[in-house]
Design a binder for this molecule. Structure first.
Ligand code: HEM
Length: 523
């Protein structure tokens, strides 16, 4: 019997049949519409699988092929880590933004994409993100009041990670030092000092932020019925880093919860000492005001801070790393011109960093926006899960059943010469120049600011789901960049080290080193 089974004439079709059944059962996405497959080639036996391999291997090339061949069509795009997604024509970007949340859901897509039911220890925090409201409203409104803290932390962090030696050049890894600087500066605003300087807390937050995307990719390939059990092992690092983060931050949260009770039990005390002004305090107040024990449990509050570290630290570190690398591999005059702007504006504001001074630094704003145009990690934008029971019918008449994920092109638009003149070239002051064109009305000019989103600029998303932290991020990054330009000189580089691609995402070269030296004279 075994002998018969092993004969090539029997074995080959059996293997094919079993593969086909396994593929249909476990790998083929359900309810995919019949559309062209990006990355598939004529004669492929398993077009989805083969295209998935090609797209995963070289997604940059896949995006180029997409824009050249399918820009105005709807296509399937199989890729490791995201399953088979659907790319809509670039002309349907506004259509996606206009869909209500009960038709296309950003939130459900994030849950699915990051597999947060498994990768985050308390999935309810993601399903019920009370903290988003605090980011969009309180954090944005408080930017002006928080700037002195941000400036103080920025100074402390750069002294520590880039040094104060004005004599010797020092070689540093840009990304590694930037994520530590951003980690402490962001956490100054999230949990306040001295917790924001606790290196173990920062390391646990950074590690967790890496665990989630890595482990979600692995969880994705496990068949659904086995996911819960398999994830117990796969997400061990996530739980370990969460535990480390929680252990360090717990006493601070408990202290704040107690303080809240004391202040609110005694109206006189309430008026006496001013409250801390940071995300943790706003969260404590928000949780207590709900009257719901879950929302004011220390673990819930710690989980929200950890999620914020996930959303804020890597994204901002990518952005500043890219900007530094772009600047030091272009013209030295650009750095001089930026320094000149920072020096002049700061002098006009008594040498103090504040919101008004930052708002006047248009060139600084422009260089960050231009660098994000060229290097944004968002290569496909506006990822949304189709949640409408009857699916979605696009303006071109394509019906997309419930359960599929749609995206629109982003990378290709940001590199399109018809939209951005000479799109391949880094032009740091292009956006600032658009803002000074007096022939254009003020509101239109203002749309060239770093944090502004549009159908052609999806680095922060766009529409209702756009990044709620982008106004804070823009101010924080401007201050950081201004600080490092004033305080350090850079050895220019011939070539800009290349970005790296991981599935749908593009990240800066994480191991790139540069040479810096502290400047003698600063403001
Ligand atoms: C340069 C830095 C940053 C970049 C490039 C960035 C980019 C993004 C993008 C592309 C999205 C998804 C939008 C979409 O899918 O349409 C997002 C969501 C989000 N961002 Fe940011 N972000 C940055 C910094 C921050 C900071 C500093 C915070 C918090 C203080 C933050 C908090 C969030 C949150 C909470 C979400 C989820 C929104 C939701 O699910 O509704 N981000 N961000």
């Amino acid at each position: 019997m075994l002998e018969i089974l092993l004969r090539p004439a029997v074995l080959a079709p059996t293997v094919l049949l079993v593969s086909y059944v396994l593929f249909q059962l476990f790998l083929k996405p359900l309810k995919l519409p019949d559309l062209p497959i990006l990355g598939a080639k004529e004669g492929d036996w398993f077009p989805l699988l083969q295209a998935k391999w090609r797209n995963t291997k070289d997604f940059k090339n896949a995006l180029k092929e997409h824009y050249a061949k399918y820009k105005d069509q709807t296509v399937l795009c199989p890729i490791f880590g995201a399953g088979t997604i659907i790319i809509l024509p670039v002309s349907q970007t506004q259509f996606v933004i206009d869909q209500p949340d009960n038709v296309l859901s950003l939130h459900e897509q994030a849950i699915e994409n990051l597999q947060t039911d498994y990768t985050v220890t308390d999935a309810e925090l993601v399903r019920n993100p009370l903290h988003h409201k605090l980011i969009a409203t309180t954090l944005t409104n408080q930017i002006g009041n928080l700037i002195p803290d941000v400036a103080d932390e920025c100074s402390w962090s750069f002294d520590r990670h880039w040094g104060e030696d004005t004599k010797e050049w020092k070689e540093i890894c840009v990304y590694d030092t930037m994520r530590r600087v951003i980690g402490s500066v962001s956490n100054r605003v999230f949990v306040g000092a001295p917790a924001c300087r606790d290196q173990a807390l920062l390391s646990a937050g950074l590690a967790f932020a890496q665990d989630v995307p890595i482990t979600s990719n692995i969880v994705h390939i496990i068949p659904k019925p086995l996911r819960y059990t398999a994830s117990l092992l796969i997400t061990l690092p996530n739980r370990l880093h969460t535990h480390q983060f929680f252990t360090i931050i717990r006493p601070e949260i408990e202290r704040r919860l107690q303080e809240y009770d004391v202040r609110h039990a005694d109206p006189e005390k309430k008026a006496m000492e001013p409250e801390r002004n940071d995300f943790l305090q706003w969260s404590v107040n928000q949780g207590k005001e709900t009257g719901d024990l879950y929302h004011c449990h220390w673990k819930t509050l710690a989980g929200r801070v950890l999620l914020l570290n996930f959303a804020a630290v890597h994204t901002s570190s990518f952005s500043i790393t890219n900007t530094i690398l772009d600047l030091i591999s272009s013209k030295k005059e650009y750095i001089d011109e930026l320094r000149e702007e920072v020096t002049t504006v700061l002098a006009e504001h008594g040498g103090e960093w504040n919101k008004r001074a930052l708002a006047k630094m248009n060139k600084l704003d422009s260089v960050l926006r231009e660098s994000a145009r060229l290097n944004s990690f968002v290569t496909l934008g506006l990822g949304r899960l189709v949640v409408a029971k009857d699916g979605l019918t696009t303006p071109s008449g394509v019906h997309i059943p419930k359960g599929n994920v749609v995206f629109v092109p982003s990378y290709s638009v940001l590199y399109d010469d018809n939209i951005y003149p000479d799109a391949q070239t880094f032009k740091p002051f292009w956006w600032a120049d658009q803002r000074t064109d007096e022939s254009v009305e003020y509101v239109t000019r203002a749309r060239n600011a770093f944090a502004t989103t549009s159908n052609e600029y999806l680095a922060f998303g766009h529409g209702r789901g756009a990044c709620p932290g982008r106004f804070f991020a823009a101010n924080e990054l401007k201050l950081l960049l201004g600080h490092l330009l004033l305080n350090y000189e850079f050895e220019m580089q011939e070539k800009r080290p290349k970005n790296m691609w991981f599935g749908l995402n593009r990240v800066p070269p994480m191991t790139a080193n540069i040479k810096i030296r502290r400047r003698e004279k600063t403001i």
